[in-house]
Design a protein around this ligand. Structure first.
Ligand code: M6R
Length: 602
């Protein structure tokens, strides 16, 4: 995630930077730092930990100047230390960065050969040296040349001791320019700018900004001028912290394309048909896997079970954490125990992990929050890099967990020889498309709104799905229950005829998750069974599936994707359906009754 701020003007840059970082701390708080152009050259100060640690250090060793950059970090590459904190320096220049440079290892190798030395584990330091390598007295040209060699996601701001300018660029990660009088600003998000200006320019993907006291130029990455599209923001501070969205939940749903970029970033080696996870585990050492989690994380684990069994041919049990530890599970040194958790603090999951570890299992956490209890206690951690999730109803963490599960299944399958490289390459190629496809699903929000408007008065919902989409159905029902308080049940679609079919009448909306894939025909038969009994079917289907319209009252379409990846797209309309329904019912979406974000009691 990370928050970045830049200032050039007449005020004390450090004050502006610290105030801005304070408003961006929700984006990460592993470390913070600033760099300022002082009378004594370019100077930086950075500290691991929250912004408070940096503010205290600045009180001891003040920096003064009117041009500067600042950063608050959500660690991706390397632990949260002073060395890994931003800004990163290369000679007379300094940069701050939000995102992941995917080819940083290959760039680093080339820079090492040229004699550059590295003091951090970050991809950002690589970018700093790469800009320095291209610097010939023009920071803008150097940044452009460096970015032409870098692959990945970035919002980056660079400054140089000899130039009175900030140069910024973005691809995927957000960046906003704030326009003042005799001063201008840069930030990851609007709240950092609000004390100074409401006139902003949201940079688009592939744009650069050259920011001086007297004005701002926007260009494309080739240096061609672009129009300055000025927006007047009219947000309360609280709204602004939600990025202009009315709720954190909606913001988090809408940022899922970025989250997928971040989860997958730097981990897919398509050419080799490999996933690079750098886990200190021997994939050949296990005879069985237990995936254990709670709530939404459990549904991600359930998808993981099907994927691992299919691709790695290992027996997997997926189990709810609060049940696991009390049923005397069969665990030994040949068991890999996987705990899936956004917070890494859910006590049921943590206790289940302890139970499995005490019985000799190797333990792996699939976790979002850095440094959380599970990450400290597990033998290995696979971070999902979803960024801070504030809405109590988990959304973006679920997508990131699913993406992590696919990677884990491919990693195990390749290492165990059950997945051949050609098949893996096809899957990895499709995975790269996921952010773009998720964006396409989100662009269809209006269709979901119409469905919510039609059904939000219903008192009960049924959700159905087969195989990989049984968990999707359960997650859709959980989302609806949690935030709208409407009773919703979920079943594997084939189970309906064994009982729940008795519930169906003309008042019951039945959401059927039925994208194309090996289970499609059978699920369509279940849809017909619902229709035959008067049920009102809302189908989630693949683009181009016109036939399904014959049996469904409403269809929410998702783009075509590899069937093993379709749970990642199919859940998005269900998240939106729950959200829009709850809004129509006037519920407290971000803090639904009786719930807590992290459940640390049994
Ligand atoms: O932090 P965790 O992923 O371990 O949390 C697990 C559940 O408490 C969580 O997913 C919960 O079900 C959410 N409220 C779902 O939206």
């Amino acid at each position: 995630m990370c928050g970045i701020v830049g200032y050039v003007g007449f005020r004390d840059a450090v004050d502006v930077l610290i105030e801005g970082l304070r408003r961006l701390e929700y984006r990460g708080y592993d470390s913070a730092g600033v760099a300022v152009r002082t009378g004594d050259g370019l100077r930086e100060l950075k500290r691991a930990g929250k912004l408070k640690a940096l503010a205290e250090a600045l009180a001891q060793s003040p920096l003064s100047g009117t041009v500067g950059i600042g950063h608050t970090r959500w660690a991706t590459h390397g632990p949260p230390t002073d060395e890994n904190a931003h800004p990163h320096r290369s000679g007379k220049l300094a940069i701050v960065h939000n995102g992941i440079i995917e080819n940083y290892l290959e760039l680093k190798r080339a820079l090492l050969e040229k004699g550059y030395t590295f003091t951090s584990d970050t991809d950002t330091e690589v970018l700093a040296h790469l800009i320095a390598e291209h610097y010939r007295g023009d920071l803008e040209a150097a940044l452009r040349a460096a970015l032409a060699e870098a692959r990945g996601a970035y919002a980056v701001v660079a400054m140089h001791q000899d130039e009175d300018v900030l140069v910024a660029a973005r691809t995927v990660s957000p960046l906003v320019v704030g326009l003042g009088e005799g001063e201008n600003f840069l930030a990851s998000d609007v709240p950092a700018l609000l004390p100074y200006t409401r006139r902003v320019v949201f940079l688009e993907d592939g744009e650069m900004a050259v920011v001086r006291r007297e004005g701002v130029e926007v260009k494309d990455l080739a240096g061609n001028p672009r129009p300055l599209r000025v927006t007047e923001v009219d947000w309360s501070l609280e709204q602004a912290e939600k990025g202009g969205f009315p709720h954190y939940m909606l913001k988090e749903i809408m940022e899922q394309p970025w989250v997928l970029e971040n989860t997958l970033g730097g981990r897919l080696d398509e050419a080799a048909g490999e996933v690079r996870l750098e886990l200190p585990l021997d994939p050949g050492a296990f005879e069985r896997i237990h995936v254990v989690a709670a709530g939404t994380a459990f549904y991600a684990g359930w998808v993981g079970k099907y994927l691992i069994e299919k691709l790695a041919r290992l027996p997997v049990e997926a189990e709810i954490a609060s049940e696991y530890r009390y049923r005397d599970p069969v665990v030994d040194g040949k068991t890999l125990f996987i705990a899936v958790s956004q917070s890494g603090e859910t006590i049921d999951t943590l206790e289940a992990l302890r139970e499995a570890r005490n019985r000799g299992a190797a333990t792996l956490g699939v976790i979002n929050v850095k440094g959380s209890s599970i990450t400290r206690e597990a033998d290995a951690t696979l971070y999902i890099h979803a960024g801070p999730e504030i809405g109590v109803a988990s959304t973006k963490a679920y997508l990131a967990m699913l993406a992590a599960m696919v990677m884990l299944a491919v990693w195990l399958g390749r290492a165990r020889g059950t997945l051949d490289p050609a098949e893996a390459r096809v899957l990895l190629h499709e995975m790269r498309k996921l952010p773009r496809l998720a964006e396409a699903v989100l662009s269809r929000r209006e269709a979901v709104k119409r469905v919510a408007a039609k059904y939000h008065q219903a008192t009960d919902f049924l959700f159905l799905g087969r195989n990989l989409h049984a968990p999707t159905a359960f997650e859709g029902a959980l989302k609806l229950k949690e935030i709208s308080y409407i009773h919703a049940e979920a079943y594997p679609a084939g189970e309906m005829k064994h009982g729940p079919i008795a519930l169906i009448d003309e008042h019951l909306p039945v959401v059927v998750v039925s994208p194309r894939g090996p289970w499609y025909e059978k699920t369509r038969s279940n849809i017909q069974e619902v229709r035959a009994r008067g049920g009102r079917v809302i189908a989630v289907a693949t683009d181009g599936d016109e036939a399904i319209r014959e049996h469904a009252e409403e269809v929410l379409y998702i783009p075509e994707v590899h069937p093993l990846l379709s749970p990642i797209l199919a859940v998005i309309p269900l998240q939106l359906l729950a959200y829009e329904t709850a809004v129509l019912l006037g519920r407290d979406v971000d803090q639904p009754r009786n719930l807590a974000k992290s459940v640390t009691v049994e």
